[in-house]
Design a protein around this ligand. Structure first.
Ligand code: ATP
Length: 194
């Protein structure tokens, strides 16, 4: 079985960009957040559980997950959000385990925003954190998503502080300069993992 490297970083840190560089090097990456978005539509068992928790309206007339309805329903209801996550996270875990079984490389990467928050790093061989100064991350997200400074700051304030992530990470990429530097650091780290 391959070694699993957990890849994470806060909003705008560059973890998706790093994931693409890793794929360019020929290593497979599992995108947890993207997969979670597919699973809520594909997994019938999960659909039933979500409807039981949130009501039939959690899915539209075409049977597709109603993200807007769900977001409004769990907004300001931390307990309900927790219950929803308790349903979705195990399904993602199983999906990941099935994905790993199909891989043939000696290293595979699991990209997830919540590697430390959900203690998923404990199930990884190593954790790889992408980090950058808050003001740099904010600016990148403002450019990428057309969000205001305050909107990005609000998201950032809800995430685990960088200093706490830095303490827990095995490998760290500091993404404060340009994409060439980011690629170079990424390649150095992944080929040094043993
Ligand atoms: P999120 O969690 O918000 O999805 P992320 O950690 O996946 O963010 P990316 O999407 O990879 O971050 O990067 C954020 C934005 O910053 C992207 O538009 C990306 O192209 C850009 N970016 C990342 N690193 C650099 C860099 N070193 N130089 C210039 N632009 C960068």
């Amino acid at each position: 079985t391959p070694k699993i490297i957990g890849l994470t970083g806060g909003i705008g840190s560059g973890k998706t960009t790093v994931a693409k560089f890793i794929e360019d090097c020929g290593f497979p990456v599992y995108y947890s957040d993207d997969r979670a978005k597919d699973i809520v539509n594909d997994n019938e068992d999960l659909k039933i559980k979500i409807k039981e928790l949130l009501g039939e309206k959690a899915y539209d007339a075409n049977g597709l997950y109603n993200r807007k309805f769900v977001a409004e329903k769990v907004f300001n209801d931390a307990d309900l959000l927790h219950q929803l996550n308790e349903i979705i996270h195990p399904a993602v875990r199983i999906d990941f385990e099935n994905w790993v079984k199909k891989q043939t490389k000696y290293l595979v990467f699991k990209e997830t925003a919540l590697l430390f928050e959900l203690k998923l790093y404990k199930e990884c061989y190593k954790s790889l954190l992408v980090t950058a100064e808050d003001n740099i991350r904010t600016k990148r997200v403002m450019d990428r998503d057309d969000k205001t400074y305050r909107e990005v700051e609000t998201i950032m304030e809800k995430q685990m502080p960088e200093k706490d992530k830095i303490k827990l990470a095995d490998c760290i990429i500091y993404n404060n300069t340009n994409l060439e530097d980011l690629k170079e650091q990424t390649e150095k780290i992944i080929f040094d993992i043993e």
